[in-house]
Design a protein around this ligand. Structure first.
Ligand SMILES: [Zn+2]
Length: 144
């Protein structure tokens, strides 16, 4: 499968390594990385490496694999951030490449039932590096 889009696409750039992000998960088909504009610490994007406009464009098997990865990453985020509450949603307006946001949630985080896109966390780069390291370590500790 080609891993790039003929159109400019920020997420295809990340897949090609042209737009460095803190990677928390990678296999031959999928890439997980920390969002640079996090709604909360640990806000992760999971994407198929192949360019699909929407997750709903993926074939059923690939969509199933995507959500198996979502579950695995959600469980890692639960452990790293000591919260059961992990939001997963399929966006698609901000970047036109299929993706799933995973956002750790906390009772006092200021968001409503769904995350408020106007509430963004300023997390120093060194802390983003450490968050990514912890998530990768948790994924290695509990392979799914
Ligand atoms: Zn793309």
């Amino acid at each position: 499968m080609p891993a790039s889009s003929p159109l400019p696409c920020v997420f295809c750039d990340i897949v090609r390594g042209e737009n460095p992000h803190e990677i928390i998960y990678e296999d031959s088909e999928f890439l997980g990385f920390l969002d640079k504009y996090p709604l909360n610490a640990g806000h992760t994007q999971l994407i198929p490496k192949h360019h699909y406009r929407w997750v709903w464009d993926m074939d059923k098997a690939d969509l199933g694999f995507l959500f198996m990865k979502v579950q695995r990453i959600a469980k890692a985020l639960q452990n790293v951030f000591e919260t059961d509450w992990i939001i997963a949603d399929t966006g698609g307006i901000g970047v036109p490449h299929a993706h799933v946001h995973l956002v750790p949630r906390f009772e006092d985080d200021g968001h409503g039932e769904l995350p408020d896109p106007k509430i963004l966390r300023e997390i120093p780069e060194s802390e983003m590096v450490e968050i990514a390291r912890k998530i990768r370590a948790e994924l290695e500790r509990a392979p799914g």
